[in-house]
Write a protein that binds this ligand. Sequence first.
Ligand code: SF4
Length: 337
Amino acid sequence: MILFQPKRVIFENAALEYKTGKKIMEYFKHKDVELLFSKSGRITQIPGNTASEMYFESKNTLVVGIRKSYEFQSCKPSAHYQLPLVSGCMGMCEYCYLNTRMGKKPYTKVYVNIDEILNRADKYIEEKLPGITVFEGAATSDPIPVEPYTGNLSKCIIHFGKSKNGYFKFVTKFTDVDNLLSLNHNGKTTVRFSINTDKIISEFEHGTPKLKDRINAAVKVIDAGYNVGFIIAPVFLNPNWETEYRDIIDKIGNNFSDSPITFEIISHRFTKKAKENILTVYPKTMLPMEEEIRKFKYGQFGYGKYVYKDDELNYMKEFFKENIEKYFDKSSIKYII
Ligand code: SF4
């Protein structure tokens, strides 16, 4: 079990007016951590002189705050809206998109005004009636490591379990799922586990659980009646990749072939900006990021990214299709990109 144990916790003053904020303060007040406060909500107390120091200090920092904006970002195509529960993550995956998105200080911030956030979600649901509305709880974070502190995920699962037209999903690499198993989810929550080969996990996904443990957690979650999916990402076409990824699919096939699980497969890609950021924090990274051997592709958000070449991608798609369909129905594959 990996529980986020920060070196410092910074409380926005406003967060201490909420029950969850008070509960988190009660918990940390007796622990060996630095407790700091921010009246304005600006986070200026994280030390570090270099980009690398700031990164690692931030990864050891928990901010307890409130979500000020109740406008939710859209989250296409996987859901209608991002549900803001947490931003940032204690994991230190070298390729993580948060490294680019969160600036030089990617600290983890939990929002304690969960009741207001869920009220706002209900308004979004009403606006879409009689259709359904799907919320993604992990668009800017991995929500599991901070769950023991906030209980936000459990509240969401129970809330959407009671909602007629609202659905909830989140993705995680973490395995501390026991407290979610007995919740009344009513089939309205989908838990996706992000997985990769053992080699990729130990090389690039620092501070995250092993593949075997993620699969065991998925077994527990599916036994508890949740909808479960696997995101295999990022797929690296390194030497021997077929054997390693086939091994993962065989493991999933052996454990889950009787269950209606889904697959999302995403090949590795990077932007110029991400590469620069990664190299400042991990100057010796072994991530394959040679522009010359990739194809440059303009993305939907106006910036370009480097993806694998068409023939490599087509081969990869065929490979995953063929291997997944040995165990599962065609419709279990949501996309391979
Ligand atoms: S676990 Fe997910 S969110 Fe956390 S650092 Fe790794 S890729 Fe990023």
